[in-house]
Design a protein around this ligand. Structure first.
Ligand code: BG6
Length: 486
């Protein structure tokens, strides 16, 4: 058989963002309040440590934030003002040659409380403009329907995705978006990184951790309802836009065994099973049997209906999207299963360097994971997040020399290219935070991912002016040469 070296024609190069991390304008045009509007900034360095995650909010904290709003800062309310600067930002994406731009539609702009039966026209008007602007430059929109935010009203009324009621609310939102953009948008993702429910019940599922008894059970219960909602969205999507492609998405963390000891290898397999459980359900259409055993042994009992499993089976996704930031190491130890779902791992890989935020950098792991997932699912893959969060320094002349970011992305692109040459069907690559944005995990601005620098600090001070980093010019070349010039 012929081997095709390098990226295929039509490979979708671009960048990725999420509404709550860029838009700002949190009170404009009838937008409701979302869970992300209550992610307060807590100085990540106050404790001398980075990664002071702010993405879990308890119901008590919400009460406090409401009662004393002026005491707190909520950076996801101001974002980077994409709401008013979208045309300038999209022009910069076009200058880099983007073929695709991933963004999300804020649920609360369309259904401010999540309970309305009719969408908010003014909310759609904003996305109409964004999509028209993208079309002007032939940039394909890739839309995530739910990216780490949802109506706070649904969180308070139902404890978010702990309730079956959420399925209808989400499907109503998804259907309205499909109807509105059926002629303009071909690529859709239903939920961002659904497996992160295990890390943050509030961010992923809009559920307050202090309102559940069994945290892990609650994460899987939310996931179950989201599986059904996602499949019903696929069903609606197929009816409304037969040519569209609808994908699922996970935060993919490949797990290596610490040694070749069989017990360690077994743990690595188990960690992988936990991570791949999500595409297992959404791409293959059934709960894998290993999870039944896992649930039994963890005393996890889910509320399900027989009809749910039929829906999950009948409406699987067209492609598997994933983010890739790191790999983990695991070993035979009592807490190995708990660690499998988590973002931070206490076991370090001596062969890998870490980012300033402690995330292991592993480009070869990307090739491994691309091969593994493709062998397993034989469905197209889409790498919709990858990138380096780093501190950038602007020089007096406005330049930003981010050679560390170029190195990071170059090494990952090289491995992607190897995987594609191995035969993996990869649809495209959207680097995370192609323009600097508010961090999801820590609500800070200091952790920058962009090719485009945004002049704003953690407190929201700055001109908001945009500047091209060195990586901007480098990525432009990569796209221009379809990944040949790295
Ligand atoms: C992904 C999320 O998990 O990681 C993004 O989908 C997020 O929303 C990204 O921004 C990077 O995480 P952080 O915490 O550095 O912003």
């Amino acid at each position: 058989q012929e081997v095709n070296y390098g990226f295929p024609d039509g490979f979708l190069w671009g960048g990725a963002t999420a509404a709550n991390q860029i838009e700002g304008a949190y009170k404009e045009d009838g937008k409701g309040m979302s869970t992300s509007d209550y992610a307060a900034y807590k100085d990540p360095y106050a404790t001398g440590e980075v990664n002071n995650f702010t993405f879990n909010v308890t119901s008590k904290e919400l009460e406090e934030y409401r009662a004393n709003e002026e005491k707190y800062k909520f950076p996801k309310r101001w974002g980077i003002d994409f709401y008013h600067r979208y045309a300038e930002d999209i022009a910069l994406f076009a200058e880099m040659g983007f073929k695709v731009f991933r963004f999300s539609i804020s649920w609360v702009r369309i259904f401010p409380t999540g309970l309305e039966t009719e969408p908010n026209e003014a909310g759609f008007a904003f996305y109409d403009k964004v999509i028209a602007e993208l079309k002007k430059y032939n940039i394909e929109p890739l839309i995530t329907l739910s990216h780490y935010e949802m109506p706070i009203v649904l969180s308070e009324k139902y404890n978010g995705w702990q309730s079956r009621e959420l399925i209808d609310c989400f499907v109503r939102f998804a259907t309205a978006c499909f109807k509105r953009y059926k002629n303009d948008v071909k690529y859709w993702i239903t939920f961002n990184e659904m497996n992160m429910n295990l890390n943050s019940l509030y961010t992923g599922a809009g559920s307050f951790p202090d309102r559940v008894d069994h945290l892990e059970e609650a994460a899987y219960q939310a996931s179950h309802y989201q599986f059904v909602a996602s499949s019903l969205a696929v069903k609606a999507g197929r009816e409304i836009m037969p040519d569209a492609k609808i994908g699922c998405m996970i935060n993919r963390i490949e797990s290596y065994a610490k040694t070749c000891k069989p017990e360690d290898q077994l743990q690595a397999l188990k960690a992988d099973q936990i991570n791949l459980f999500y595409p297992e359900v959404q791409a293959r259409g059934e709960y894998p049997s290993y999870m039944s055993r896992y649930f039994n042994e963890k005393n996890i009992k889910l509320e399900t209906e027989p009809e749910d499993f039929k829906i999950i089976r009948d409406y699987t996704v067209d492609f598997i999207a994933f983010s890739y930031y790191m790999t983990h190491v695991t070993e035979d130890r009592p807490d190995a299963n708990e660690l499998a779902g988590k973002l931070d791992s206490p076991i370090k890989n001596p062969y890998l360097k870490l980012t300033e935020w402690g995330w292991p950098i592993d480009p070869i792991g990307l090739r491994i994971t691309l091969n593994k997932m493709y062998d397993r699912y034989k469905k197209p893959l889409f790498l919709v997040e990858n990138g380096l969060g780093a501190r950038d320094k602007m020089e007096a002349d406005g330049s930003i020399h981010d050679d560390y970011r170029i190195d990071y992305i170059r090494e990952h692109v090289k491995q992607m290219k190897e995987a594609v040459t191995d035969g993996v069907d990869l649809m495209g690559y959207t680097t995370w935070g192609c323009i600097d944005l508010i961090s999801c995990g820590t609500s800070e601005m200091t952790k920058r991912y962009g090719f485009i620098y945004v002049d704003q600090d953690d407190e929201g001070n700055g001109t908001l002016n945009r500047f091209r980093k060195d990586s901007f010019h480098w990525y432009k070349k990569v796209i221009e040469t379809n990944g040949e010039e790295l």
